[in-house]
Design a binder for this molecule. Sequence first.
Ligand SMILES: [Zn+2]
Length: 243
Amino acid sequence: MTEELFREEAGLLECSATVVAIDDAGVVLDRTVFYPLGGGQAGDSGTLTSADGAVLAIADTRKHKERPGDIAHVPAAGADLSAFAPGTVVMARIAAAKRLAHRRFHTATHLLCALVPHPVDGCSITAGYARLDFHMAEPLDKDALTAGIARLVAEAHPVGHRWISEAELDANPQLVRSMSVQPPRGLGRIRVLEIEGVDLQPCGGTHVANTAEVGDVVVTKIEKKSAMTRRVVLGFAAPPPTA
Ligand SMILES: [Zn+2]
């Protein structure tokens, strides 16, 4: 199983690691800072650099379908993998601006959950936007939601995670906000994300450490996707830094 450093430290941008396997899915490392597509959040991109300076561009990150618990770093099209045989020690680095955008948007989707007390039946978080589908018939007000997010950002609530047992989750079914994504079972423990005084729900994604770091996130669009689905789209009020 790939050790998932991003679960404990979302701000970690690089780590040293050893190549465990290479196959059609990509490069598997013994540990990684790369988040694999899941829970609505896009996979990370970045680079793997060998000790002698060979650089492998990673276009995306996925959970490995044939190797449960392993993470596949998907090479960019046409990449040369010859310097990355199993056993190779690499420095794994993610694209920092993309991760920061994911962290800000992902935390903002939790703020939306607190503002819109309805079940969630869809979620997508990318570096350019985030969207959340709520199972509800009532209309939503774009400006009121933007103001609500701004208030929770200004209040600077601490954001943190902890692990609870599956038995604890079973005893508190209201913790599961999403209708489409159930927390992963079978590991014996579930990761719970808490925004103090605002939101608590199972989540494995990457978040900022305080709602103040969400910054200027606004509601750009509200769409009626069906009679019982309202889609809220989030964007940055100002383009994120490109560093
Ligand atoms: Zn989350």
